[in-house]
Design a protein around this ligand. Sequence first.
Ligand code: SF4
Length: 436
Amino acid sequence: MQDRIHKEMTLYEKLNILSDAAKYDVSCTSSGVERKGDGTGMGNCVKAGICHSFSADGRCISLLKILFTNECIYDCKYCINRSSNDVKRASFTPEEVCTLTMEFYRRNYIEGLFLSSGILKSPNYTMELLYVTLYRLRHVCNFQGYIHVKAIPGADQRLIRLTGYLADRMSVNLELPTAESLRLLAPHKSRKNILAPMRFVQEKSKENRQEIMLYRNAPQFVPAGQSTQMIIGATPETDYQILSVTESLYKKFDLKRVFFSAFVPVNEDKALPAIREQGPPLLREHRLYQADWLLRFYHFEAGELLDEENPNFNVFLDPKCCWALRHLEMFPVEINRADYYTLLRVPGIGYKSAGRIVKARRMGTLAFEDLKKMGVALKRALYFITCSGRMMYPVRMDEDYITRNLLNTKERLPEGADGMTFKQLSLFDDMNAGTG
Ligand code: SF4
């Protein structure tokens, strides 16, 4: 099986190429699984602890994030690894991935593995290599840490099933929001081929939950669930289309996360948008992440945030503020009476502070000073709330007036989200630190 794998490079050279090649995949969060090591192997999973370091542009950096190979038989127009590109190619062997994972884990560089891959020879051939790698890691190296692996569209369900019993999370990248865009930029892929493994993982996970209820020791299948990623800005879809697809992925496929990756132009191709001076659309990506939170934790629906007439987010204001400004008839909300779901819709009140408000007001009436202590961002909330019937300051309930004031309160954006700066972190940045 390993006849196609280059053996002449050093492991360090391969790592350099294949960690760099993996940086465009952002679907690598690890939250959602808790599993203690049993003392016989190495590593454990902590529910909210493994992979919560993100680079400035939102990309996760605490997993060993590599491609198994950057060889690929496909020619996706947006991808640096496409078959028509003349880039240096490399492939690991399963043993090499195991060595790296174990060595990096021992040195405390990483807490888990994120393993993706180009398509070497065929989907089945590649999926089998990923399976063999995970099998070795779990059963030969006894690695019990977190593993996120890609399911390769077009691979046999049997291979995906076997691999799913060894991984914590699986993801199949949707890549582009519509079937038409996929046809245009990734002609070897089809929406059907991508959704089929997603559906399989969803059904198998449901079945597995039943098995675990019946037999406590039944092996777990993809216990941290599945995620996907869409590239933003390579094709003309609006935010409304992207958010509607996101919503339906959560509802129809039980996805744990949908990730957005601002399009980074790495190839010249007439089917791709021209290279933008201001860099990848990171602010747009940021707004979509904010809206994604509103879907997942704030009970909003895509159709409430955007519609055919307003299909894109305002880059100057966050999506919740925009929604509130379009619904001023619902405000101000009385903090001491409004129910939890109404509080969730107030700009500046997060789901944690909404919970704290509901709990604390059982003990007595809340004032603005109390809200500040509970984490409410009063500089945004003050236009939309009253405490005991009074607003914090006299406020005109007028869209233009509030908008102007909100624009004056500078929102804290992730570094680079203004679209002016963009830097991908590399594993080698850290390794070389202090040498210059
Ligand atoms: S399948 Fe497409 S996106 Fe994935 S590595 Fe190959 S060319 Fe790149």
